[in-house]
Design a protein around this ligand. Sequence first.
Ligand code: MIC
Ligand code: SF4
Length: 640
Amino acid sequence: MADNIASKILKEHLVDGEFKSNSEIGLRIDQTLTQDATGTMAYLQLEALGVKRVQTELSVSYVDHNTLQNGFENADDHRYLQTSAAKFGAWFSRPGNGICHQVHLERFGAPGKTLLGADSHTPTAGGLGMLGIGAGGLDVAVAMAGGPFYLVVPEVLKVNLTGKLPPWVGAKDIILEVLRRLSVKGGVNKIVEYGGPGIKALSVPERATITNMGAELGATSSIFPSDAETKKFLQAQGREEAWRPLEADAGASYEHEITIALDNLVPMAAEPHSPDAVRAITEIEPLPVDQVAVGSCTNGSYQDLRLLAELMKGKSVHPRVSLVVAPGSRQVSLTLAREGVLENLLASGARILESACGPCIGMGQAPPTKGVSVRTFNRNFAGRSGTADAEVYLAGPAAAAAAALRGEITDPRKLGDYPDLPVPPPPVIDDRMIIAPPADGGQVEIVRGPNIKPLTLNEPLPDSIRVKVLIVVEDNITTDHIIPGGSKVLPLRSNIEALSEYVFYSLDPDFPARARQYESGLIVAGDNYGQGSSREHAALAPLFLGVKAVLARSFARIHRANLVNFGILPLSFCDPGDYERLSAGDELVLDNIREQLNEDKVYIRRGNDQAQIAAAHNLSTRQLEIIKAGGLLNYTHRSL
Ligand code: MIC
Ligand code: SF4
């Protein structure tokens, strides 16, 4: 049978279930990554699983999110993670070494392998022909312990690229075009596979920009073939042995297909506050800009910053604008420095930050009140920048440079001729900030500061549940809405009690108090509930406040899996119109729920008027057992 790339990798890694549509399968995971904001919880869970050493081919623990350290919490987490990595046999990428996805692409990624990461942008590795999937920390802990990763066989959507990109149009514009066409829920339960004659000219970092933002489509993963470009990239990284060719068989079929003629693309940007609100920059300009931020796991490569530096060379940042640059990795920073390119950026007035997530997750560099910020990042959700009323536009590095120079959103084609850039030089390879695990971690003491709190566990599902509707929220609610990022809240990731004070902070600051008062609650939501990040804290913190179920029109993949992992029932309206009938404060009863779950549909009774609402659970047999046990940790212990 002619296979596409995604199916080839899935089939090679199949360890449980049958490979057919709608079937739940278990995959062998070759590599895992965690970062500090999700990693503390993942390593606490790994400890709770009672495992002595990671069972994967390779696991890496990165520190890249919580690097502001404006209190003891971040540094406590770093120490905990470094000692845990040593104890359990994982590699440790020290703070300052770079953003997990960029570093993983450079130093560890390998075509044809599977990578499970406790971060939604793990599919960045698809730029190398690797199947990267984002998941909650607990799923990653189970994979580190050698367990399979379960998912429903995704459909595969082919994006056929034809022609050649015009000058001033880049990889970011390709993925913005995909988002414009498919929307932030267009990729749910799909793997996006890129092919066609247009991919040949795209370098691995450009491909990685595209696969990275597949997360914004809600896609399970995104992937490119592994070809001569991939080999060239791995050779430059001194890792040619990791290369293997990988392409779709001739005549491979796809459930969906779209074609993008690259010649027709123009510079684009996503307008506030959604990555799919995409328009041509000519339709947005001129708009005064206060801040330009370049970097992140989307556009933090050497090529991205080299282009910015070339455009800023000999010029100054516009007086209205603050230009901040966070290179994606220490390798990128070192190469920029060696090539003398960093000097152009510094001389232009750019503010150079360490290689980390930084402004992308509101860790510093918040824009001014009502400020307009042009960012080469991947998410522009309201408030994510750290300023509630800031207006964030997402664009590529050329558009960022144009905004920084002109002080307003400007089509970069107005900057004149596209610069003739030299072929990228070999990168600086220096892995001294990556610590290999000792051969035997048995003697290593894990260091826990006061910010590392014990795990929250759920109870087995009771026979009946009586809850109050705590909140009714609209479509496309992000995990940033459920539990925000930023310098105030991110340091609390290993302290669920403290973190729970911020649930729905931007939508309804009284939510935690009300939830505590009701003790047992349910969230009503629209479509694509929980889109965005992989943070399982968006399930754990509501659980801590007594949330027992979420009743939505539909869910984002990772968040739904996280709800199941912590024993929170994810229910979908059978009749989407029922959403309108529910209000905050309604009392709902799920009678005999353990038994009801044996059928596809469950019935919810409203206490006030005995009205009935039908809901589907769409849980696999395995997930049903997890829900009944009160979550994956309880379930795994039981099955051990
Ligand atoms: C994000 O970009 O939102 C994050 C912060 O990287 C998250 C992970 C987290 O919340 O820790 C993600 O994308 O999964
Ligand atoms: Fe970090 Fe931003 Fe990438 Fe998330 S999206 S991993 S916060 S750089």
